[in-house]
Design a protein around this ligand. Sequence first.
Ligand code: PEP
Length: 251
Amino acid sequence: MRRKFVAGNWKMYKTPSEAETLAGDLKSAIGALNGAEMVVCPPYTALDRVNRVIQGSNIRLGAQDLHWEDQGAYTGKISHDMLKDVGVSHVIIGHSEQRTYFHETNETVNKKTVKALSSGLTPIVCVGETLDEREAGRMHDVVQSHVRGGYAGISKADALKTIIAYEPVWAIGTGKTATPEQAQEVHAFIRGLLKEMYDAEVAESLRILYGGSVKPDNAGELFSQPDIDGGLIGGAALKAPDFKAIVEAAS
Ligand code: PEP
C-alpha cells in the first residue's frame, strides 16, 4: 500500500516573511495530521525560516531545484549541502517551468537526480507533455523519454527512493485539469514503463503524483484513481485552507 504524498510548490512566490506566515498557518492547520506525507517547497530565501516554523510538525521541507555539482563557480545555483543544512529533505527536479524557461533537459534532470540520491535527498522527478505534444499524438513518447532519460543509470535501490510527478504542461497553472481518467491512463503507462526498466516491485512501490491545477474540488476524484498517489500542488499550495483540503482529500 503506497502512502499518499502531497507537495506544495510555492514557485517564485512569498518573501521570507510571507513564507513564515504561510508556514505558521499550515502548521496550525495540518501540522499534526499523519495521513498523507506532506512537503512544502518554498523559494530558497525562505527555506531556513520555514524550516524553523515547521519544526515539531509532520510537514517536511522541499526545495524547487538543485545543482548537480557539490560546489564551485556556478553563479545563481544551489548545492545539496546548502539545502540539507537548512533542513531540506526533498527536491523537485525537472519541473516543466525549468524545462521550458531554463534549458532543463533529460540529461540535466538525470544528473540532478543522481546527485540528490547520492546526497540523501528525495527527488521528486517531474515529467509531462505539452499540449502540442499531446495533440500530435506524442504524449507517450515524451513521457517515456522523460522517465527513461531522468532515470538513466539509476539502480533499482536508488529508484525505489524517488517519487515521480506527472504534470501535463497544459494543466499547470492554467485551471485546466486533466480528467481523472486522462491522468490515470498516463500514471498506469508510467508504472508499465517502470516495470520494463526495473521490475514489478519498483512499478508497484513508486509514488506517482499528479500535478496540474489540483484544487480542493477535484483532488478527491484524482487521488481516488488507482495509480495516483497524491499531488504536486502549485497555486492551491499558497492558501492554507486549500492546501489543507487537498491534504485531507489524500488522507
Ligand atoms: C506545479 O507548480 O507543479 C503545479 C502543478 O502548479 P498548479 O497547481 O498551479 O497548476
